[in-house]
Design a protein around this ligand. Structure first.
Ligand code: FE2
Length: 385
Protein backbone atom coordinates (compact mmCIF):
# COMPACT_ATOMS: atom_id res chain seq x y z
CA UNK A 1 0.00 0.00 0.00
CA UNK A 2 1.38 3.38 -0.86
CA UNK A 3 0.91 6.38 1.38
CA UNK A 4 -1.64 9.07 0.57
CA UNK A 5 0.08 11.56 2.82
CA UNK A 6 0.85 14.85 1.11
CA UNK A 7 3.84 16.94 2.20
CA UNK A 8 3.83 20.55 1.03
CA UNK A 9 6.73 22.90 1.84
CA UNK A 10 5.73 26.11 3.60
CA UNK A 11 5.87 28.96 1.06
CA UNK A 12 8.87 31.20 1.73
CA UNK A 13 7.68 34.81 2.15
CA UNK A 14 9.35 37.45 -0.01
CA UNK A 15 12.57 38.55 1.66
CA UNK A 16 12.74 35.55 4.01
CA UNK A 17 15.73 33.25 4.35
CA UNK A 18 13.84 30.79 6.56
CA UNK A 19 13.62 28.06 3.94
CA UNK A 20 12.26 25.24 6.03
CA UNK A 21 8.92 23.91 7.27
CA UNK A 22 6.20 21.85 5.59
CA UNK A 23 2.51 21.07 5.91
CA UNK A 24 1.32 17.47 6.05
CA UNK A 25 -2.22 16.50 5.03
CA UNK A 26 -4.10 13.29 4.35
CA UNK A 27 -3.23 11.40 7.52
CA UNK A 28 -4.94 10.27 10.72
CA UNK A 29 -2.40 9.96 13.54
CA UNK A 30 -4.87 7.82 15.51
CA UNK A 31 -4.56 5.16 12.80
CA UNK A 32 -1.09 5.43 11.36
CA UNK A 33 0.16 2.85 8.87
CA UNK A 34 3.86 2.08 8.60
CA UNK A 35 3.94 3.75 5.18
CA UNK A 36 2.38 6.96 6.50
CA UNK A 37 4.69 6.93 9.51
CA UNK A 38 7.72 6.65 7.23
CA UNK A 39 6.56 9.61 5.13
CA UNK A 40 6.06 11.81 8.20
CA UNK A 41 9.40 10.79 9.73
CA UNK A 42 11.12 11.62 6.46
CA UNK A 43 9.28 14.97 6.34
CA UNK A 44 10.38 15.90 9.89
CA UNK A 45 14.03 15.22 9.11
CA UNK A 46 13.89 16.84 5.67
CA UNK A 47 11.78 19.92 6.43
CA UNK A 48 12.78 20.24 10.13
CA UNK A 49 9.37 21.60 11.19
CA UNK A 50 6.11 20.07 9.98
CA UNK A 51 2.49 20.98 10.66
CA UNK A 52 0.24 17.92 10.51
CA UNK A 53 -3.22 19.29 9.75
CA UNK A 54 -6.61 18.29 11.13
CA UNK A 55 -5.86 16.04 14.09
CA UNK A 56 -8.81 17.29 16.17
CA UNK A 57 -9.53 13.90 17.72
CA UNK A 58 -5.96 12.76 18.33
CA UNK A 59 -5.76 10.76 21.52
CA UNK A 60 -2.90 11.85 23.79
CA UNK A 61 -1.63 8.28 24.03
CA UNK A 62 -1.48 8.09 20.22
CA UNK A 63 0.57 11.30 20.19
CA UNK A 64 2.95 9.68 22.66
CA UNK A 65 3.09 6.46 20.64
CA UNK A 66 4.07 8.46 17.55
CA UNK A 67 7.00 10.10 19.35
CA UNK A 68 8.08 6.78 20.84
CA UNK A 69 7.90 5.15 17.40
CA UNK A 70 10.59 7.59 16.27
CA UNK A 71 12.93 6.30 18.99
CA UNK A 72 11.78 2.85 20.16
CA UNK A 73 14.96 2.24 22.18
CA UNK A 74 14.20 5.26 24.39
CA UNK A 75 12.71 5.17 27.84
CA UNK A 76 8.92 5.42 27.61
CA UNK A 77 8.55 8.70 29.54
CA UNK A 78 8.09 12.38 28.82
CA UNK A 79 11.36 14.27 28.34
CA UNK A 80 10.91 15.98 31.69
CA UNK A 81 9.77 12.93 33.60
CA UNK A 82 13.21 11.47 34.22
CA UNK A 83 14.38 10.46 37.67
CA UNK A 84 16.46 13.64 37.98
CA UNK A 85 13.52 16.03 37.57
CA UNK A 86 11.99 17.24 40.80
CA UNK A 87 10.51 20.54 41.97
CA UNK A 88 14.01 21.28 43.25
CA UNK A 89 15.78 20.78 39.88
CA UNK A 90 13.52 22.43 37.28
CA UNK A 91 14.85 25.88 38.23
CA UNK A 92 14.11 28.53 35.61
CA UNK A 93 11.72 26.16 33.79
CA UNK A 94 9.24 26.59 36.63
CA UNK A 95 7.03 23.88 38.17
CA UNK A 96 6.94 20.49 36.43
CA UNK A 97 4.23 20.19 33.76
CA UNK A 98 1.19 18.00 34.29
CA UNK A 99 1.07 14.70 32.41
CA UNK A 100 -2.33 13.77 30.97
CA UNK A 101 -3.55 10.59 32.75
CA UNK A 102 -3.19 7.50 30.57
CA UNK A 103 -1.08 9.29 27.96
CA UNK A 104 2.26 7.82 29.13
CA UNK A 105 3.88 11.23 28.74
CA UNK A 106 1.92 14.04 27.09
CA UNK A 107 1.84 17.29 29.04
CA UNK A 108 -0.31 20.40 28.85
CA UNK A 109 1.51 23.64 28.14
CA UNK A 110 0.05 27.04 27.38
CA UNK A 111 -1.64 29.72 29.38
CA UNK A 112 -4.80 30.01 31.46
CA UNK A 113 -7.42 27.83 33.12
CA UNK A 114 -7.81 24.54 31.30
CA UNK A 115 -11.32 23.72 32.53
CA UNK A 116 -12.74 21.53 35.27
CA UNK A 117 -11.64 18.33 33.53
CA UNK A 118 -9.15 18.48 30.69
CA UNK A 119 -8.53 14.91 29.51
CA UNK A 120 -8.59 13.84 33.16
CA UNK A 121 -6.56 16.76 34.54
CA UNK A 122 -8.88 18.44 37.04
CA UNK A 123 -9.02 22.20 37.26
CA UNK A 124 -5.44 22.98 36.19
CA UNK A 125 -4.11 26.34 35.10
CA UNK A 126 -1.27 26.31 32.57
CA UNK A 127 1.40 28.89 33.18
CA UNK A 128 4.53 28.47 31.10
CA UNK A 129 7.52 30.64 31.93
CA UNK A 130 7.21 34.00 30.18
CA UNK A 131 9.80 36.44 28.88
CA UNK A 132 9.14 38.54 31.98
CA UNK A 133 10.88 35.89 34.09
CA UNK A 134 13.66 35.22 31.60
CA UNK A 135 14.68 38.52 29.99
CA UNK A 136 17.18 41.11 31.10
CA UNK A 137 14.77 43.99 30.47
CA UNK A 138 11.20 42.68 30.16
CA UNK A 139 8.40 44.69 28.66
CA UNK A 140 6.04 46.50 31.00
CA UNK A 141 2.49 45.18 31.61
CA UNK A 142 1.17 48.18 29.65
CA UNK A 143 3.40 47.40 26.66
CA UNK A 144 2.29 43.77 26.66
CA UNK A 145 -1.38 44.71 26.97
CA UNK A 146 -0.98 46.90 23.88
CA UNK A 147 0.22 43.96 21.76
CA UNK A 148 4.00 44.26 22.15
CA UNK A 149 5.82 41.03 22.84
CA UNK A 150 9.13 39.12 22.75
CA UNK A 151 10.50 35.72 21.88
CA UNK A 152 10.77 34.05 25.28
CA UNK A 153 13.92 31.93 25.02
CA UNK A 154 15.14 30.01 21.99
CA UNK A 155 16.08 26.51 23.09
CA UNK A 156 15.88 22.83 22.29
CA UNK A 157 14.00 20.44 24.56
CA UNK A 158 15.57 18.20 27.13
CA UNK A 159 16.67 17.84 30.73
CA UNK A 160 20.28 17.60 29.42
CA UNK A 161 21.53 16.39 32.83
CA UNK A 162 21.24 12.60 33.05
CA UNK A 163 19.19 12.42 29.84
CA UNK A 164 20.01 13.01 26.20
CA UNK A 165 18.24 15.83 24.32
CA UNK A 166 14.92 14.71 22.89
CA UNK A 167 14.97 13.93 19.16
CA UNK A 168 11.57 15.18 18.07
CA UNK A 169 9.04 17.35 19.88
CA UNK A 170 5.32 17.31 19.02
CA UNK A 171 2.83 20.00 19.99
CA UNK A 172 -0.87 19.66 19.28
CA UNK A 173 -2.82 22.89 19.31
CA UNK A 174 -6.02 22.16 21.21
CA UNK A 175 -7.06 25.73 21.90
CA UNK A 176 -5.57 28.86 20.38
CA UNK A 177 -5.86 32.38 21.81
CA UNK A 178 -7.75 34.93 19.78
CA UNK A 179 -6.88 38.57 19.24
CA UNK A 180 -5.12 41.11 17.04
CA UNK A 181 -1.64 40.45 15.65
CA UNK A 182 1.31 41.12 17.96
CA UNK A 183 4.61 42.91 17.44
CA UNK A 184 7.71 40.99 18.54
CA UNK A 185 10.43 43.41 19.60
CA UNK A 186 14.17 42.74 19.66
CA UNK A 187 14.97 45.73 21.92
CA UNK A 188 18.68 45.40 21.23
CA UNK A 189 19.10 48.82 19.58
CA UNK A 190 18.60 47.24 16.13
CA UNK A 191 14.97 48.38 15.88
CA UNK A 192 14.04 44.92 14.59
CA UNK A 193 10.45 43.74 14.92
CA UNK A 194 8.20 41.02 13.50
CA UNK A 195 4.44 40.90 13.24
CA UNK A 196 2.91 37.60 14.41
CA UNK A 197 -0.42 35.98 15.11
CA UNK A 198 -0.92 35.15 18.81
CA UNK A 199 -0.20 31.71 20.27
CA UNK A 200 2.42 30.55 17.75
CA UNK A 201 5.98 29.22 18.07
CA UNK A 202 9.12 30.65 16.47
CA UNK A 203 11.90 28.53 14.96
CA UNK A 204 15.55 29.06 14.05
CA UNK A 205 17.37 26.61 11.77
CA UNK A 206 20.69 25.63 13.34
CA UNK A 207 21.82 24.04 10.06
CA UNK A 208 21.41 27.43 8.40
CA UNK A 209 23.49 28.91 11.21
CA UNK A 210 26.21 26.30 10.61
CA UNK A 211 26.25 27.30 6.93
CA UNK A 212 26.73 30.94 7.95
CA UNK A 213 30.03 30.17 9.68
CA UNK A 214 33.32 30.72 7.90
CA UNK A 215 35.27 27.72 6.66
CA UNK A 216 37.76 28.16 9.50
CA UNK A 217 34.99 28.40 12.10
CA UNK A 218 33.34 25.25 10.73
CA UNK A 219 36.58 23.31 11.19
CA UNK A 220 36.73 24.45 14.82
CA UNK A 221 33.11 23.65 15.68
CA UNK A 222 33.17 20.31 13.81
CA UNK A 223 35.98 19.22 16.12
CA UNK A 224 34.83 20.83 19.37
CA UNK A 225 32.33 20.05 22.09
CA UNK A 226 30.46 21.75 24.92
CA UNK A 227 29.44 20.74 28.40
CA UNK A 228 26.37 21.90 30.30
CA UNK A 229 26.36 22.41 34.03
CA UNK A 230 24.86 19.78 36.32
CA UNK A 231 21.18 20.59 36.98
CA UNK A 232 21.58 23.27 34.31
CA UNK A 233 18.27 25.05 34.85
CA UNK A 234 19.15 25.64 38.49
CA UNK A 235 22.81 26.42 37.79
CA UNK A 236 21.94 29.26 35.38
CA UNK A 237 20.98 31.22 38.50
CA UNK A 238 20.21 34.93 38.28
CA UNK A 239 21.59 35.36 34.74
CA UNK A 240 19.11 36.57 32.15
CA UNK A 241 18.46 36.07 28.45
CA UNK A 242 18.92 38.94 26.03
CA UNK A 243 15.84 40.85 24.97
CA UNK A 244 15.93 39.23 21.51
CA UNK A 245 15.34 35.81 23.15
CA UNK A 246 18.62 34.22 22.02
CA UNK A 247 21.85 34.31 24.00
CA UNK A 248 22.72 35.49 27.47
CA UNK A 249 22.80 39.09 28.66
CA UNK A 250 25.73 40.32 30.73
CA UNK A 251 25.48 40.17 34.50
CA UNK A 252 23.88 37.82 36.98
CA UNK A 253 25.42 34.90 38.82
CA UNK A 254 25.40 31.18 38.28
CA UNK A 255 24.89 28.88 41.26
CA UNK A 256 28.15 27.37 42.49
CA UNK A 257 28.43 23.61 41.98
CA UNK A 258 28.44 22.87 45.71
CA UNK A 259 25.16 24.76 46.16
CA UNK A 260 23.28 22.74 43.50
CA UNK A 261 20.96 19.84 44.33
CA UNK A 262 22.96 16.59 44.64
CA UNK A 263 24.56 15.59 41.31
CA UNK A 264 27.02 13.10 39.90
CA UNK A 265 29.77 13.53 37.32
CA UNK A 266 28.63 10.70 35.04
CA UNK A 267 25.31 12.42 34.34
CA UNK A 268 27.04 15.51 32.96
CA UNK A 269 27.57 14.85 29.26
CA UNK A 270 29.83 16.45 26.71
CA UNK A 271 28.02 17.18 23.46
CA UNK A 272 29.44 17.74 20.01
CA UNK A 273 28.99 21.36 18.92
CA UNK A 274 27.66 20.15 15.60
CA UNK A 275 24.86 17.59 15.38
CA UNK A 276 24.33 15.59 12.21
CA UNK A 277 20.84 15.00 10.83
CA UNK A 278 20.46 11.17 10.64
CA UNK A 279 18.47 11.32 7.39
CA UNK A 280 19.89 14.24 5.39
CA UNK A 281 23.41 14.40 6.86
CA UNK A 282 23.00 18.16 7.37
CA UNK A 283 25.12 19.67 10.14
CA UNK A 284 23.64 21.95 12.80
CA UNK A 285 25.42 24.21 15.27
CA UNK A 286 23.48 23.28 18.38
CA UNK A 287 24.30 24.78 21.78
CA UNK A 288 21.88 25.81 24.51
CA UNK A 289 23.24 29.24 25.53
CA UNK A 290 21.90 29.46 29.08
CA UNK A 291 23.29 26.14 30.35
CA UNK A 292 26.77 25.83 28.82
CA UNK A 293 29.52 25.76 31.47
CA UNK A 294 32.53 24.66 29.41
CA UNK A 295 33.68 24.83 25.82
CA UNK A 296 36.33 22.42 24.51
CA UNK A 297 37.59 24.23 21.42
CA UNK A 298 39.89 22.26 19.14
CA UNK A 299 41.59 23.91 16.22
CA UNK A 300 42.85 20.73 14.49
CA UNK A 301 40.89 17.96 12.82
CA UNK A 302 40.42 14.28 13.66
CA UNK A 303 41.30 14.70 17.34
CA UNK A 304 44.55 16.42 16.38
CA UNK A 305 45.56 19.93 17.33
CA UNK A 306 45.50 21.83 20.55
CA UNK A 307 42.40 21.80 22.73
CA UNK A 308 41.48 25.02 24.47
CA UNK A 309 39.10 24.64 27.42
CA UNK A 310 37.01 27.73 28.12
CA UNK A 311 35.43 27.93 31.56
CA UNK A 312 35.10 31.68 31.98
CA UNK A 313 31.41 32.51 31.74
CA UNK A 314 31.97 35.90 30.11
CA UNK A 315 34.29 34.41 27.49
CA UNK A 316 31.75 31.66 26.71
CA UNK A 317 28.94 34.23 26.50
CA UNK A 318 30.70 36.54 24.07
CA UNK A 319 32.08 33.69 21.92
CA UNK A 320 28.62 32.18 21.57
CA UNK A 321 26.74 35.44 21.04
CA UNK A 322 29.12 36.37 18.22
CA UNK A 323 28.00 33.22 16.38
CA UNK A 324 24.28 33.15 17.15
CA UNK A 325 23.81 36.84 16.39
CA UNK A 326 24.17 35.91 12.70
CA UNK A 327 20.93 33.91 12.68
CA UNK A 328 18.71 35.90 15.02
CA UNK A 329 17.19 38.33 12.53
CA UNK A 330 13.60 38.45 11.26
CA UNK A 331 14.38 37.06 7.79
CA UNK A 332 15.82 33.86 9.34
CA UNK A 333 12.99 33.12 11.75
CA UNK A 334 10.11 30.83 10.79
CA UNK A 335 6.79 31.30 12.57
CA UNK A 336 4.49 28.79 10.87
CA UNK A 337 0.77 29.32 11.27
CA UNK A 338 -1.05 26.44 12.91
CA UNK A 339 -4.67 26.13 13.91
CA UNK A 340 -6.65 24.20 16.48
CA UNK A 341 -6.31 20.50 15.71
CA UNK A 342 -2.90 20.82 14.03
CA UNK A 343 0.17 19.03 15.38
CA UNK A 344 3.53 20.78 15.09
CA UNK A 345 6.48 18.37 14.93
CA UNK A 346 10.10 19.41 14.83
CA UNK A 347 13.61 17.98 14.74
CA UNK A 348 14.80 19.10 18.15
CA UNK A 349 18.40 18.29 17.17
CA UNK A 350 18.33 20.75 14.26
CA UNK A 351 16.13 23.70 15.21
CA UNK A 352 15.76 26.00 18.21
CA UNK A 353 12.27 27.13 19.17
CA UNK A 354 10.66 29.76 21.34
CA UNK A 355 7.21 30.54 22.61
CA UNK A 356 5.88 34.05 22.06
CA UNK A 357 3.97 35.68 24.90
CA UNK A 358 0.50 37.12 24.24
CA UNK A 359 -1.87 39.21 26.37
CA UNK A 360 -3.99 37.28 28.87
CA UNK A 361 -7.04 39.05 27.43
CA UNK A 362 -6.68 36.91 24.26
CA UNK A 363 -7.85 33.86 26.21
CA UNK A 364 -6.66 30.36 26.99
CA UNK A 365 -3.96 28.55 25.07
CA UNK A 366 -3.82 24.76 25.29
CA UNK A 367 -1.08 22.70 23.70
CA UNK A 368 -0.49 18.98 24.15
CA UNK A 369 3.26 18.58 24.20
CA UNK A 370 5.35 15.43 23.97
CA UNK A 371 9.01 14.63 23.59
CA UNK A 372 11.02 11.82 25.14
CA UNK A 373 14.68 11.66 26.14
CA UNK A 374 16.71 10.31 23.23
CA UNK A 375 18.14 6.82 23.53
CA UNK A 376 21.43 8.12 22.11
CA UNK A 377 23.69 11.16 22.29
CA UNK A 378 23.49 13.48 19.25
CA UNK A 379 26.08 12.41 16.70
CA UNK A 380 28.79 14.83 15.62
CA UNK A 381 30.54 15.00 12.25
CA UNK A 382 33.74 13.57 13.74
CA UNK A 383 34.50 11.71 16.94
CA UNK A 384 35.15 14.57 19.35
CA UNK A 385 34.66 13.03 22.78
FE1 FE2 B 1 10.45 23.79 24.30
Amino acid sequence: MTSKVIVTPVPVPVGSNAKFGATVTGVDLNHLSNEDFDVIRQAIYTHKVVIVKDQHDLLPVKQFDFVYRLDPDAEEVHGFATEDVTDETTGVLGPAFKVIPGSKGVTVVGQGYQGDDHYGLKGITAGSTTHVDAHAEPLSPAEMASGQTRFGAFHFDGVIYGAYPSRVTTLRCVKAPRGPDLTVRWDDDSGRTMTVKPGLTAFIDSAQLYDMLTKEERIVVDNSRWEPAPHPYVWTGSRKIRNCGLGMAPGGETVTLDKLPAWTEEKVYQFPMVWVNPVTGERSFQILPDVVRKLYLRTGTGGEGKEHVVEDGEEIRTWLNDIIDRICTPENILIPVYEEGDVVMFNNWEVMHSSIDYPLSYGTRTMHQCHIPSSTLPVGPVAVA
